[in-house]
Design a protein around this ligand. Structure first.
Ligand code: PMV
Length: 332
């Protein structure tokens, strides 16, 4: 039952990291991807968001990490919820991240997953997780995956209205508890947003067709590796997907170079460690941070090795996390 009076709710969500990457939209308005993707949701780093609806129409107010922030994308996301509930109340949104915002750490994924869950709850909308995933996708594609914990797949879908382009959990984090060391090599906001980068890539990269044509095989290999808890197989397909996505974007005009020198140095270091028998692989998104995915027993050594790489500012150690969830708010 939708709320009859404005309410308030607080939710937390974690960033996720794609092992088989999403890059390219077949519909920009609905954020429908050209390809499916497969991710892991992290623990420790999180967005916490309180949404409070206030009776009366007007502008939404957004505070991010204690500062008044641009609200157009947040407002557009809340409009989807307001339309469902049949209200025109405005909202006060207070959100904070305990990690660098907009630097390739998927703050938009955790941010919009938390926003949609808190907003739906504050309006009394009891939405199943699949519907929340579709709504989060409308705000930022990868947010569809942060609704769920552990290993997650976001289906490309076939429907023009996007109703089948939603994420679903593949494997609980307790079933195969991987760990991730995130080497932060820059805290500057990225120069080209993923939306602009994807648009440029699809329009100009000669590899776009091959990217789309080969994704299904990568997804099948990654799904099988996850089901079998086969680390070596997951490592091979994940590094391949990451490097293929970057090769695709590097070949756009002008080419998209999301890496810096330390990014490349970390990738080499991870391969050296694996050559020495350590169960670890890298993945890199549309930014300069390197995420080294490993078995939990290797985490201390992987994190220590990455801290030694010149240009690494910080290494954040995570495990696999839960999906978006409600918490006692606002900043309890
Ligand atoms: O959700 P967006 O628009 O921020 O795009 C995310 C794209 C990548 O992080 C590079 C890949 C992915 O699958 O998360």
């Amino acid at each position: 039952m939708p709320a009859i009076a404005p309410g308030s709710a607080t939710a937390e969500a974690h960033p996720n990291i794609a092992l088989v990457k999403y890059w390219g939209k077949r519909d920009e308005a609905l954020n429908l991807p050209c390809v499916g993707s497969l991710s892991i949701t992290l623990d420790r780093i999180r967005t916490r968001t309180q949404v409070t609806f206030v009776a009366g129409a007007g502008a939404d107010g957004v505070q991010l990490n204690g500062k008044t922030s641009e609200s157009a994308r947040v407002g557009a996301g809340l409009d989807l919820l307001r339309a469902r509930a049949g209200v025109d109340w405005r909202a006060e949104v207070v959100s904070d991240n305990n990690f660098p915002t907009a630097a390739g750490l998927a703050s938009s994924a955790s941010g919009f997953a938390a926003l949609m869950l808190a907003g739906a709850q504050a309006l009394g909308l009891a939405l199943p997780p699949g519907e929340l995933s579709a709504l989060a996708r409308r705000c930022s594609g990868s947010a569809a995956r942060s609704i769920f914990g552990g290993f997650v797949e976001w289906a490309r879908g076939e429907c023009a209205d996007g109703r089948d382009s939603i994420a679903h959990p593949l494997l609980d984090r307790a079933e195969w508890p991987l760990a991730v060391a995130i080497a932060v090599t820059s805290v500057a906001a990225k120069s080209v947003s993923s939306t602009v980068g994807m648009r440029r890539t699809a329009a100009t990269s000669p590899f776009q067709g091959a990217w789309v044509a080969t994704q299904e095989a990568d997804l099948a290999a990654a799904r099988a590796a996850v089901a079998a808890h086969d680390f070596a197989r997951l490592a091979e397909v994940s590094e391949h997907s990451c490097l293929k996505m970057h090769a695709l974007a590097l070949a756009a005009r002008p080419g998209l170079i999301y890496w810096n020198g330390a990014t490349v140095a970390c990738m080499h270091r991870v391969r050296e460690l694996r050559g020495q028998g350590m169960p670890v692989f890298f993945t890199v998104d549309a930014g300069p941070q390197v995420k080294a995915v490993c078995l939990p027993e290797a985490l201390p050594a992987v994190a220590a090795a990455l801290r030694e790489v010149p240009g690494v500012l910080e290494v954040i150690e995570c495990g696999l996390g839960a999906g978006a969830h409600l918490v006692a708010g606002p900043h309890a």
